[in-house]
Design a protein around this ligand. Structure first.
Ligand code: C2O
Ligand code: CU
Length: 597
């Protein structure tokens, strides 16, 4: 519903850009009515967004865009003078402009003042030109009026410029009580599992024979599957052979001590070619996790620097386990989506009666749709968190896996085959070709399983995150980016500040037509509601939440892992553009200075 409203709003905005110049030039009642009608349409959409989705989806539309469109257009439709038409046309265009150039809510007065000045200038200009037409006198006020009209672009640039400000949201100095490099895992204890990960340039060969100019850990991509028991100490030594951008290893979904988190510029500096770094931590929850480089993730995760980390609960269960990544490889003719390296249908041997656990991990940048056919099945875990009271899902049910997210799918192997299919390829368990595709509808974690609602306690902190796309300064260049948080780009996005022990509530809204898979490091979060609808199933714990177009999520978490943590969009392009912020504990500082993505 909200997504449709946002599409309607965009359509009205485009029509406004066509109608406004015509209304301005013709100044006829007909065109002014058209303009007023479009403005009324946008007002209606904004109100519906407010009512159905909440204030976070509608606030800057209602405070700035709609008034700028509605008031001048209504006035002009009533007056129908030439000057009124000019002002209405300009107001309508400005209203669209502020849709395309998102701003921080606290900048609303500035935006309104700049826009009002521009409209006043247009009115003055229009009157002056009208007089000049009649009297042929000199236009002495023209320079002033033009300057005034430049106010809007100037305000915009000033606001957008803040998105490029180099003031980071955390302290790089040494004044805090605690530096992140003190927040390590056990340094002395003897490790239970030791792994070496060597990163290097490699040709990655896909099943179809296509090769990718790739990167690998230990010569393969996906890298080796690391297995460790809950409570055991894992030691991983990263060696970078020749990856020029540098490498780190981030343990996605594992709530490691901050210094082991593998974020360049925050918890360490990237490991240069020839360098090494040792990670040590004790995973405290069993489940499906993964690891990937956090340096130049945009290209280097895509090229292959990732692998699975499976934390086992106890002795082997006797299940047939299969881990599979949904990955988009950078092909010569565009991305090739594959299951691991299988870009064509693949099979997995399985016997009837066997219990199967498919661990699906999405290492691509986009949400992936996986349809499981051939048998009823369960989603046994989401992002490594067991689902309570999981019920069987219809064969043919489609699972939407957030970029960075994981689902454990379990089923008992029937006599026939079971197929997990993406749009482009599939994996079939058993023999006899792919299972016939049923249509079991869409899986929804909001209502799946059963469990108790969250405790009704007070929150020590609440935050709102508005995710927008629009014009902004990214890495020194002004461009159209799908990546603003509250009108800002990293590093100018203020951190979420917490103190150890705080219970924190965050509302996150994607206000455009783009998905944002939001990932908080070092903590799992619990989903409370989506678009106002409370979560009623098993407690929905997640670390990577796909905030879909027009969606507003309310989540909570407990600040129980001190440090400076990334909270970012797992679409690496959005991250590189600046859709990154930190969760910062008071008193923690970092000595590192790299860029975190
Ligand atoms: Cu899997 Cu900061 O990311
Ligand atoms: Cu995003």
């Amino acid at each position: 519903m909200q997504a449709i409203l946002i599409y309607v709003d965009l359509t009205l905005a485009v029509l406004t850009l066509v109608a406004a110049p015509l209304a301005g030039v013709k100044a006829s009642r007909l065109w002014l009515y058209v303009l007023a009608g479009l403005a009324a349409g946008r007002l209606l959409v904004a109100v519906l967004l407010l009512v159905t989705g909440g204030l976070l989806l509608a606030d800057t539309r209602l405070s700035v865009q709609v008034p700028l469109a509605v008031l001048p257009a209504a006035w002009a439709a009533w007056r129908a003078s030439r000057t009124a038409a000019h002002v209405a046309a300009a107001g309508s265009v400005l209203a669209v402009w502020w849709l395309l150039a998102p701003f921080a809510p606290q900048d609303t007065p500035l935006v309104l003042a700049g826009s009002a000045a521009a409209l006043a200038a247009i009115a003055g200009l229009s009157i002056a030109v009208g007089r000049w037409r009649e009297s042929r006198t000199r236009l002495s006020r023209l320079p002033w009026l033009t300057t005034a009209f430049l106010l809007v672009p100037a305000t915009t640039l000033a606001l957008a410029g803040q998105a490029n400000a180099s003031a980071p949201g955390h302290d790089h100095g040494g004044s805090g009580q605690l530096s992140v490099d003190q927040l390590t895992g056990p340094r002395e204890q003897k490790p239970d599992v030791r792994v070496a990960l060597t990163a290097a340039r490699t040709q990655v060969r896909l099943a179809s024979g296509a090769t990718v100019d790739g990167l690998s850990f230990n010569g393969t991509s996906p890298g080796p599957e690391i297995r460790v028991r809950k409570g055991q100490l894992l030691e991983v030594t990263l060696v970078n052979t020749n990856v020029e951008e540098g490498v780190t290893v981030h343990w996605h979904g594992v709530d490691v001590p901050n210094a082991e988190d593998g974020v360049p510029g925050v918890t360490q500096n990237a490991v240069p070619p020839g360098g090494r770094h040792v990670y040590r931590f004790i995973p405290n929850r069993a489940g499906t996790f993964w690891y990937h480089t956090h340096r130049d993730g945009l290209l280097n995760v895509k090229k292959g620097l990732f692998g699975a980390l499976i934390v086992e609960d106890g002795p082997a269960s006797g299940e047939l386990e299969r881990t599979v990544f949904t990955h988009a490889w950078p092909g010569s003719g565009g991305d090739v989506t594959a299951l691991d390296r299988d870009d064509r249908p693949a099979t997995q041997a399985a016997e009837a009666g066997q219990n199967v656990r498919l661990r699906a991990i999405n290492s691509s940048e986009e949400a992936q749709q996986i349809r499981v056919s051939g048998t009823p099945f369960h989603v046994a875990a989401i992002d490594g968190n067991p689902v309570e009271g999981a019920t069987p899902l219809e064969p043919g049910t489609t699972l939407t896996l957030a970029a960075g997210g994981r689902y454990d799918v379990t089923f008992t192997m029937p006599a026939g085959p079971v197929t997990a299919a993406l749009a482009s390829t599939s994996l079939t368990f058993g023999q006899g070709g792919a299972a016939p595709e049923g249509d079991g509808g869409q899986f929804d974690p909001l209502t799946y399983g059963s469990g108790s609602p969250p405790a009704a306690e007070a929150y020590q902190r609440t935050y709102d995150l508005r995710l927008d796309d629009g014009f902004g300064f990214s890495q020194g260049r002004l461009g159209y980016v799908s990546s603003l948080i509250n009108g800002r780009l990293y590093p100018a996005v203020p951190s979420l500040q917490v103190t150890r022990g705080d219970r924190v509530r965050v509302r996150i809204a994607s206000r455009s037509i783009i998905n944002h898979p939001f990932h908080l490091h070092g903590h799992r979060v619990r989903v409370l509601s989506r678009n106002g609808e409370p979560a009623t199933g098993s407690p929905w714990w997640t670390d990577t939440l796909n905030v879909g177009r027009g969606e507003l999520y309310e989540i909570e978490f407990v600040a129980d892992n001190p440090g400076i943590w990334m909270d970012h969009c797992h679409n690496f392009q959005h991250g590189a553009n600046g859709m990154i912020m930190h969760l910062a504990y008071t008193g923690v500082t970092t000595p590192f200075t790299d860029f975190p993505e």
